[in-house]
Design a protein around this ligand. Structure first.
Ligand code: NAP
Length: 269
């Protein structure tokens, strides 16, 4: 938990409470926001001399022994190096107790006023609402990736197909399984020309924010060998989230729907 923490404001009660939940304090203003009067406290000069360190290094060592996580701010490369060099000495219990005497209730560098609380309270959505919005946005993103794939099918656009499909993606057309190269060839040769997609039902499932499955029941109008055919299918499209956040198709399966199963059915136990 990020909260103001330094020898003037060690917040020991909060640390003890958080420790029950395995939470540590990440010190906000670990060096008192650069306040010289903190680092010039005589106790730090004395301990700095004893250990051959600087007063700031002693303060940072105090944080480590308190169990705090620290990210001291510095614009100086020399200070940054010094701030890492604090693991070859240890303060004794008596020295920690001496530093504890610097604590003063309410001696903080930042105080939240009413306007800060008001800002927090005015955040309109609770977590569930935010999560639901996120899931909606995620689904919209995946359906946009799906539209890009279908665009390649409709436009017979091999370049577009390459952009939106993983090179290892299999394409299963009612039992005929093709790799991406064969799919490109089928498109380029116009073996099947997709004319119209009439969606009856679309279902998007996301697994671990990484994999998305689009189950789409549709009626497809296509030219096969020059003849127009209209058939009911379930298209199962699987997408994988890339490191840049975009989605790529990693598998496409057309399943022809038997007439008796014409209504979309998803069986689960
Ligand atoms: N969550 C938030 O809203 C929030 C807000 C504020 C701060 N913080 C966090 O608090 C941390 C730091 O904040 P801060 O920079 O304001 O305060 P700070 O770390 O308490 O103090 C930084 C000051 O200490 C000096 N300093 C650093 N190392 C030194 C060294 N070895 N010897 C002498 N002086 C040294 C720096 O000067 P030099 O540049 O000269 O080294 C700078 O003036 C960051 O992790 C920051 O992200 C968070």
């Amino acid at each position: 938990m990020t909260v103001e923490n330094h020898p003037y404001h060690p917040n020991d009660a909060l640390r003890e409470y958080l420790s029950k939940y395995g939470i540590v304090i990440e010190a906000w203003y670990p060096l008192g926001h650069g306040d010289a009067s903190l680092r010039n406290e005589p106790v730090f000069a004395k301990l700095a001399e004893k250990y051959g360190k600087s007063p700031v290094q002693v303060i940072l060592r105090w944080h480590i022994q308190k169990g705090n996580s620290i990210i001291p701010g510095s614009k100086s490369p020399a200070h940054l190096a010094d701030n890492l060099d604090i693991f070859d000495f240890a303060l004794t219990d008596d020295e920690m107790a001496e530093i504890a005497k610097l604590a003063e209730p309410g001696k903080t560098y930042y105080t939240a006023d009413e306007s800060v609380y008001e800002k927090y309270l005015s955040i309109p959505d609770d977590f569930d609402v935010q999560e639901a919005k996120y899931q909606e946005e995620l689904k919209a993103e995946i359906l946009a990736a799906s539209d890009e794939y279908w665009k390649a099918q409709f436009d017979l656009d091999v370049e577009q197909l390459r952009r939106v499909c993983d090179p290892k993606a299999p394409f299963v057309h009612m039992g005929i399984t093709m790799d991406r190269g064969a799919e490109e060839e089928a498109i380029a040769q116009r073996h099947i020309v997709t004319v119209k997609r009439d969606d009856k039902h679309v279902d998007v499932r996301v697994i671990d924010d990484e994999i998305a499955i689009v189950l789409r029941q549709l009626e497809l109008t296509a030219l096969v060998g020059g003849n127009e055919a209209i058939n009911p299918f379930v298209a199962t499209e699987t997408y994988h989230r890339q490191t840049d956040g975009s989605w790529k198709l990693i598998s496409f399966v057309y399943t022809h729907i038997m007439p008796e199963n014409y209504q979309f059915r998803f069986l689960s136990k």
